[in-house]
Each structure stands twice: as C-alpha cells, then as structure tokens.
Write a protein that binds this ligand. Structure first.
Ligand code: FE2
Length: 208
C-alpha cells in the first residue's frame, strides 16, 4: 500500500487561517438569516455589513475515511446582534458518533452543545484550552470577546455535517446573551421544540 505523505500546516493565529490548507469557506452575515432572535437588529447588520465575512474555515482534508482526520482553523468575527453574541450555524455530525476537538488559539468564546434529548452544556474556550465534543452532541461556537475567536479543530473525515437538526427544532435550546455586566447569560429559546423520541432514536441508532 502507498502511505499518505505527512504534512505540516502552520496556524496563523493573527489572521485566523491555516497554512498549507486545501479547503476554505466563508460565511457572510447574509448567509446567517434566521439564526438570531432579534430580527430588527439583524436587518440593520445586513444593511451595514451583509457582505462581510462573519466566520471562515481553512482546512486540510487528507482523505474521506473514518481513519482520516480533517484538521483546520476557524475564525469568527466579534460582535452581537442586539444582545446576542455572534455564533456559528452549528451542526451535529451526519455520522453522529463522530467526535471533534477544538483547540483555542486566540480570543474568548464558548462551545455551546446540546444533546439530542435537549441537555445543554456550555464550555468556555480560549487560548490553550481544548474542548472535546463527544459523539452525538450538536455544537456551535460563540464569540464573547472584543476580538476574533480563533480555534483549531479536528474530526474524522467521514463525519459529515447535518445543519438542519437545529432548524428543525426552532434553533438551539438556549441563546447566549450579553448580561449587561461584561459577561454572558444563557436564556431559554421559546421557539425551541424538543426532538421526537423517534428522531432521537434515529440519531443515536446511527451508531450501529
Ligand atoms: Fe463538527
């Protein structure tokens, strides 16, 4: 068999990019309709910054098997929509039993996670902290700070992403808001709908 070539990728912390990457995508504010609670504030953001990059990902994909590891860097702009901190769309892995790690490089934020049956876990992430996202947790990141949130990540290459799981439930169960005192608070999202027992079973059963 022919072995894959080892590869060195340099993280540019200041730029929030991975060097020697083979993938790059950008999400603009205009791509994030429907994510935020305050639609009037989001409308103002679109008018002012709709075509600017909200977050971007540079990555290296060595293959497509479970034994290949996609790695990359994600960079998210700082800011808020109304009182709600900037966030990524979030997803569960299409193969739900695949985990992921995030390694903070710059800035300060949160990894917001939700289990299929609606349990919530929120962990702070910053430079030199590593967040392990176990299998089956929906995950998104939130930028709490005044600067870019930059993280390195890695996950099995066959994981895939299901973004619809959040839309189907009316968003994630809680929203992360400015508490008005320099910190954050989590508030229940009234639009959130619990997943059905059959949907939960289908997600967890996908491990078989
Ligand atoms: Fe992921």
């Amino acid at each position: 068999m022919t072995l894959q070539e080892p590869r060195l990728c340099q993280v540019s912390v200041g730029a929030g990019l991975l060097g020697n990457a083979d993938g790059h995508y950008q999400k603009r504010f205009s791509d994030l309709r429907g994510l935020y609670a305050d639609s009037a504030a989001f409308g103002r953001l679109l008018e002012e910054r709709g075509q600017e990059v909200a977050y971007e990902v540079t990555s290296y994909t060595p293959g497509s098997r479970v034994s290949d590891l996609i790695l990359g860097v994600t960079r998210m702009e700082p800011g808020k929509v109304g009182d709600e901190y900037f966030l990524t769309r979030g997803h569960i892995h299409a193969r739900g039993d695949r985990p992921e790690i995030y390694y903070g490089q710059a800035g300060h934020g949160l990894m917001q996670m939700e289990s299929p049956d609606g349990e919530v876990r929120i962990l702070g992430i910053g430079p030199q902290s590593i967040c392990y996202v176990p299998p089956f947790w929906i995950h998104r990141s939130v930028n709490l700070g005044p600067t870019d949130l930059v993280m390195m990540f890695a996950y099995p290459a066959d994981s895939g992403q299901d973004y619809g799981i959040i839309e189907r439930s009316g968003g994630m169960r809680v929203r992360i808001l400015d508490d008005g005192q320099g910190g954050w608070k989590q508030v229940e999202n009234p639009a959130w709908q619990p997943r059905s027992a059959s949907e939960i079973a289908a997600i967890l059963g996908g491990a078989a």
